[in-house]
Write a protein that binds this ligand. Structure first.
Ligand code: DX5
Ligand code: ZN
Length: 224
């Protein structure tokens, strides 16, 4: 396992100052951008035009989390635009492999996300076609929710398959990650931690990123 990656979620940032808010987390590993369509989830955020604008003002690799229906149609353009990783939901499509291939063909890493109640066992075979597995630790739709620890066994399953060489995905977790919850997620084997409110409600967001990374590194020491 490499050092823990921290991905601040721009959902908790001030939307009137997105360029400044991206700059405020200098040193973050990925910048997590939550795209919601008000169909797959009961909330509407931002889409491709805003992602394109953000790509112009930051060098932090962009992690687009698409909480949308019809990723077949909408996901590849985020890869074409220059996103580093494009993740869509397993629950949103009958053909996740085709979407992953299109994302990779457009030059980005492909991610598969599962809601808290969705098991990963049915997807283990197809995860060979993916670079990232995003395990949701809150119901998708809103920032600032409480971490659901019951998802951690899924992290453990993925971690063991990666460590044994059967899978190559990066294991990412999203929802309710903060100073109190990050250690449990790190111990379970998470590689990449999304944090929205914990980073952007901090006085110094860049310092919050460093602090979360240190805490995750300390908690996952036994895994190295
Ligand atoms: C929720 C989003 C998350 C959210 C995380 O649907 O996918 O990325 O921004 O926010 P926190 O860290 O506040 O739970
Ligand atoms: Zn997200």
């Amino acid at each position: 396992m490499a050092h823990p990656l921290i991905a601040p979620s721009i959902l908790s940032a001030d939307f009137t100052r997105l360029a400044d808010e991206a700059a405020a987390v200098t040193g973050a590993d990925w910048l997590h951008v939550d795209v919601m369509d008000n169909h797959f989830v009961p909330n509407l955020t931002l889409g491709l035009p805003v992602v394109k604008s953000l790509l112009q003002v930051t060098d932090i690799p962009m992690d687009c989390h698409l909480m949308i229906e019809n990723p077949e149609r909408w996901a590849p353009p985020y890869a074409e635009a220059g996103a580093h990783n494009v993740t869509f939901h397993a629950e949103a499509t009958d053909n996740p492999v085709a979407v992953a291939r299109d994302i990779r063909a457009a030059g980005a890493k492909a991610g598969l996300s599962v809601k808290p109640g969705t098991p990963i066992d049915p997807y283990l075979e197809i995860l060979r076609e993916f670079d990232t597995l995003l395990i949701m630790s809150v119901e998708p739709g809103f920032g600032g929710q409480k971490f659901i620890p019951e998802v951690l066994p899924k992290v453990g399953i993925a971690r063991r398959l990666v460590d044994s060489g059967e899978l190559k995905v990066l294991v990412e977790i999203d929802g309710g990650i903060n100073e109190d919850t990050i250690a449990a997620a790190a111990e379970a084997g998470v590689d990449c931690f999304v944090a929205g409110s914990a980073v952007y409600s901090a006085e110094d967001p860049a310092e919050a990123v460093r602090s979360l990374r240190d805490r995750a590194a300390a908690a996952s020491k036994h895994l190295f």
